[in-house]
Design a protein. Sequence first.
Length: 78
Amino acid sequence: MIQEVTEVHTIISLVAAGMGVSLIPLLDQNIRSQGVVYRELEGTATLTEIAVAWPRDSRSAIVQNFLAVTRETATNLT
């Protein structure tokens, strides 16, 4: 049987219930659940795609600063 879910908490709950294994972002390994063990994959580097959404016509300084930080962070990840 295959379970397809997108919510990380649900994925971890299914693993805790003995319904299989899953790949999750390393960042989410801090979600603790009894009986769940996290192991970092070794080997080749992984690629993560991200997207940013904001109001199309926004000229807000907050939005512009957020986009600048996001671009810088994304550049540093590659």
